[in-house]
Design a protein around this ligand. Structure first.
Ligand code: VGL
Length: 193
């Protein structure tokens, strides 16, 4: 059975010291690297996404000077900047596809992005015959949620590796995990994956 690992937005701006730092982001970056060192061979496809916003404009209202931290955010992950790079604690050697999303618009789901060659996540999963996907990364209540929901909509079995995700806010992150379970996802710890 072909299995994919989806690594959502483990980028400098979403980890400690970043423009939109999520507490625990560095720990997730390290834990994902440890997981990959042991398990990358279990996956036929490993897709990592990066939020990759335009420097000009507000990216469709995604950036705001007075952000509400729900639909608008401080400037983050501007294309080509250090903040948009993967956190160096994430070892990306095993990544088979790199996807960028959010050029000029909000794009919470990695399914809205594409590789440099123009492939979408959906097309990559279909081409590889992927039947199940494990989702890790940042942030549980935003981009992990949206990416996992789209993976379910694409028709693959989804597991969230709960110790390898971290959210912006505790309440909304709990709610996102519940929503994902209702949508058909399974919650498992990486040690049991
Ligand atoms: C994200 C807020 C704004 C995320 C991206 O990666 O979850 N959150 N943009």
């Amino acid at each position: 059975m072909s299995r994919a690992l989806l690594i959502v937005d483990v980028q400098n701006d979403f980890t400690e010291g970043g423009a939109l730092a999520v507490a625990g982001g560095d720990a997730v970056a390290t834990a994902v690297s440890t997981f990959l060192a042991a398990h990358s061979a279990d996956y036929q496809v490993i897709i990592a996404s990066r939020d990759w916003h335009d420097v000009e404009g507000d990216n469709g209202g995604h950036f705001a000077e007075a952000p509400d931290y729900i639909d608008s955010w401080p400037v983050h992950c501007v294309a080509g900047t250090e903040g948009a790079e993967y956190d160096p604690l994430l070892v990306t050697d095993a990544v088979t596809h790199h996807v960028r999303k959010g050029q000029g618009k909000p794009a919470y789901s990695m399914f809205e992005g594409e590789t440099e060659a123009g492939e979408t996540v959906g097309a990559i999963l279909t081409a590889a015959g992927v039947l199940s996907a494990d989702v890790v990364g940042i942030a549980t209540d935003h981009c992990v949620r949206a990416s996992a929901l789209d993976a379910i909509s694409h028709g693959v079995r989804v597991r969230i590796l709960t110790d390898l995700v971290v959210g912006v806010a505790p309440g909304p992150s709990e709610a996102a995990l519940a929503e994902l379970v209702h949508a058909g996802a399974e919650l498992v710890e990486s040690a049991d994956a």
